[in-house]
Design a protein around this ligand. Structure first.
Ligand SMILES: Nc1nc2c(c(=O)[nH]1)N[C@H]1C(S)=C(S)[C@@H](COP(=O)(O)OP(=O)(O)OC[C@H]3O[C@@H](n4cnc5c(=O)[nH]c(N)nc54)[C@H](O)[C@@H]3O)O[C@H]1N2
Ligand SMILES: Nc1nc2c(c(=O)[nH]1)N[C@H]1C(S)=C(S)[C@@H](COP(=O)(O)OP(=O)(O)OC[C@H]3O[C@@H](n4cnc5c(=O)[nH]c(N)nc54)[C@H](O)[C@@H]3O)O[C@H]1N2
Ligand code: SF4
Ligand SMILES: [Mo]
Length: 671
């Protein structure tokens, strides 16, 4: 068999990979995202692709009963019946940034076009929603304004709320390569935890969790005070500077340093970098996004780029995408308010275009509830049917007690490649094929689209996600809406819908990939997509939630594990050093409580409790770091403790700020 090329199904760096003649996964030297590089996770992919797979549709009348195998025909009958007998507002679909673009497109069309409700959200709500909203507010559209090439000629890299060395390893290596080549390049990391990224950076600023808005406002204060702003750029290309400055004036370094737990000189240092470096690229991820203050944190950072004219050649704000195809999902509009081609259900022209394009009537102008609001509606009995595709909410959503209650009440369909913890709550389980077993595209963090070719057969009766919705759509009488015989046909339809939009890919086809949409810099010599054509500063308001407890629990990722471990957890090589489930504590905090390294502790709050082994590390005092993805076979998942409070603008949950108390359960060395 010739070499089959695909995009890595793990993180949003979007590395191009291939399977060689001997079945080994290798980095593709011709791919612009990684140029042959690869990290550890996909190397073990072939080994785990057959372990613990779902291979037949499974059904049970009542939860708690054993499942029985059924045919696809029967599964479609059940689905058609359960969907048709309900008011569409009782239905909800929860999908994923790990689906192929064609799949998200078809599911979105099924819900928004065919069923006529916007009751669909993706796990990107927990991930990129704050960045999407901030980009839209500041630039008038979603879409990162720069590309990976900007790493290769920058001299300052600011990682804020990003542990890229662990979470985006190939990208981080590219930054370190640039550093090796240019002796005066500088890497800075702003994070309450001394992460691997912090350790490999030149400077680490351990900010107090949740306070970035204050820190960044204070940097703006210094920029203005020192006359380090780009007045020409501010005047010709932006609006709203004075209002943003008004807010920043509340936080001179003397005030901000106290709130953020940093030195005043740290704030001046960052201001000087924005003022004087040749080219500054800032990269951020969940330390900014997953917060009640998430959009404001994003905007406060973008404000600094606008104030110093760094949105293109001289630098850029670069939001790192988490999942391999959250970018593609955003392009097809898979969040509650989206429509294909970065369109929005609230915009009449966008709705009309898509109604005509799809040949449907009545796309609803109301964004549907976000996943956390939908969980509330399930608990109240207002949503009674939930179809989960390619995500594992029984582990990854916040406030798991509430989630369990919700999953227990609804008719639950789980469509997954592997058996996962959400299956325990299901009525109907549908076996899906995964990347490597089906064809389609994904878009990485910097807008590069890659074709994923199949390199093996799917096990049993597993089907591509697009085919499941296509067949059901036809079964329900919508042959005209779902005529597809291949993913390529779906791609063509979607590509056509993007004509004339920022993310225009209407000229692309599978044989032209990988290819990036948009110019290297989206707004370098064209207007921003706001009404006035100018980028917008926003006053970045600071808010910190009140949390009970002695510590702030910060949650995040493990280096060699992917989220809820359905794939990476099956490779012993990747589990080494990542289990048993642990938390990282500052030794000074631990000492105060009489906790020794390797003690087993209980972390608890009103939301629940979990047990973990204590590992010592340089976490800012008063904070504890916990990986969140451990499935239930390891005990209670971390998200029992995590709040479902959300950012008011993005609806993204505050996953990195939970008050907890700690007590010793078992001392190290005693069994
Ligand atoms: N190995 C691995 N890689 C992954 C994933 C995985 O599961 N495993 N998942 C992928 C996905 S979907 C995503 S979204 C990305 C996530 O990538 P990242 O966001 O880089 O990873 P996290 O560990 O969630 O959080 C990043 C950092 O934010 C810090 N942080 C927490 N609160 C604050 C704060 O208030 N301010 C600041 N400045 N920092 C804060 C944390 O200490 C942590 O080091 O990773 C992707 N890559
Ligand atoms: N406390 C806390 N919670 C968090 C976060 C955090 O930082 N802290 N991060 C949040 C973020 S950023 C994210 S992205 C989420 C991730 O959370 P999830 O999306 O729940 O995590 P995954 O384990 O990646 O789940 C993907 C599922 O899709 C399945 N799958 C893989 N390929 C396919 C396919 O092709 N088709 C189908 N149908 N299924 C497939 C896998 O088996 C797995 O069950 O977690 C969020 N939750
Ligand atoms: S850096 Fe991300 S995309 Fe690249 S190989 Fe590693 S997990 Fe895959
Ligand atoms: Mo994510």
């Amino acid at each position: 068999m010739s070499e089959r090329r695909f995009q890595c199904p793990f993180c949003g760096v979007g590395c191009g990979l291939y399977v060689d003649q001997r079945g080994r996964v290798k980095g593709d030297f011709e791919h612009p995202a990684n140029r042959g590089d690869i990290c550890k996770k996909p190397v073990y992919l072939p080994k785990v692709m057959d372990k613990g797979r779902l291979t037949r549709p499974l059904f049970r009348e009542k939860k708690g009963e054993p499942f029985r195998e059924i045919s696809w025909e029967e599964a479609y009958d059940i689905l058609a019946r359960e969907i048709s007998r309900r008011d569409p507002r009782e239905l909800y679909f929860y999908i994923s940034g790990q689906l192929l673009t064609e799949e998200s497109y078809v599911i979105n069309k099924f819900v928004k076009g065919f069923l006529g409700v916007n009751n669909i959200d993706a796990n990107s709500r927990l991930c990129m929603a704050s960045a999407v909203v901030a980009y839209k507010l500041a630039f008038g559209s979603d879409g990162p304004p720069c590309t990976y090439e900007d790493i290769d000629d920058a001299d300052v890299f600011l990682f804020i709320g990003s542990n890229a060395s662990v979470a985006h390893p190939v990208l981080f290596k590219r930054v370190l390569k640039r550093k090796r080549e240019t002796s005066d390049a500088l890497v800075v990391c702003i994070d309450p935890v001394e992460t691997e990224t912090a350790r490999r950076s030149d400077v680490h600023i351990p900010v107090r969790a949740g306070t970035d808005t204050v820190f960044l406002n204070s940097v703006l204060w210094v920029l203005e005070r020192e006359g380090w702003i780009d007045e020409e750029f501010i005047k010709s290309r932006t609006e709203g500077f004075e209002e943003a400055l008004g807010e920043a004036r509340l936080y001179p370094p003397s005030v901000a340093s106290g709130i953020c737990g940093v030195e005043e000189r740290d704030i001046y240092f960052i201001a000087e970098l924005f003022a004087k470096s040749e080219k500054l690229v800032s990269m951020w991820c969940q330390g900014l996004n997953q917060s009640v203050n998430g959009v404001m944190k994003n905007l406060a950072l973008i404000n600094l780029h606008l104030a110093t004219g760094r949105v293109g050649k001289r630098g850029c704000p670069f939001s790192l995408t988490g999942q391999p195809n959250a970018m593609g999902g955003r392009e097809v509009g898979y969040l509650t308010s989206g429509l294909p081609g970065y369109r929005d259900v609230r915009n009449e022209e966008d709705r009309r275009f898509m109604e005509e394009f799809w040949g449907v009537k009545g796309i609803s102008p109301e964004p549907g509830p976000t996943i956390t609001s939908a969980i509330e509606k399930m608990r109240r009995g207002e949503i009674t049917f939930l179809w989960v595709v390619c995500t594992n909410p029984a582990v990854s959503l916040p406030e798991l007690r509430k989630v369990e209650e919700a999953l227990g009440r609804v008719f639950l369909v789980v469509q997954d490649a592997y058996w996962n913890d959400t299956c325990e709550f299901a009525n109907l389980i549908l076996p899906a094929s995964q990347v490597g077993e089906k064809e389609g595209v994904m878009t990485g963090s910097d807008r590069t689209i890659t074709l994923c070719e199949a390199f093996r057969e799917a096990p049993g009766e597993a089907k591509p996600d697009w085919l499941i919705f296509t067949e059901l759509g036809r079964k329900m009488g919508a042959q005209r809406l779902f005529p597809y015989r291949s993913a390529r046909e779906i791609f063509r339809e979607f590509a056509l819908s993007t004509k004339g939009r920022l993310c225009d890919i209407s000229e692309l086809d599978y044989d032209k990939l990988p290819a990036r949409w948009g110019k290297r810099w989206l707004y370098e010599d064209s207007p921003f997509l706001t009404k006035s054509g100018k980028a917008r500063f926003f006053p970045a308001r600071f808010e910190l939630p009140k949390e009970d407890g002695d510590f702030i629990l910060i949650t995040g990722r493990l280096k060699n594990q992917w989220h809820t471990m359905t794939k990476t957890g099956k490779a012993p090589e990747l589990l080494k050093g990542e289990v048993p489930p642990f938390v990282v504590m500052n030794p000074k905090d631990a000492q105060r409580l009489g906790i020794k390294e390797w003690d087993i502790v209980t972390l608890y709050s009103e939301r629940g409790e979990i047990e973990r082994v204590v590992v010592f590390g340089n976490v800012k005092e008063g904070h504890i770091f916990a990986p969140f993805g451990y499935p239930r076979e390891f005990g209670e998942p971390t998200n029992y403790l995590v709040s479902d409070r959300t950012d008011p603008l993005s609806g993204e949950p505050d996953l990195k700020f939970a008050g907890v108390k700690v007590k010793v359960r078992k001392e190290a060395g005693r069994c």
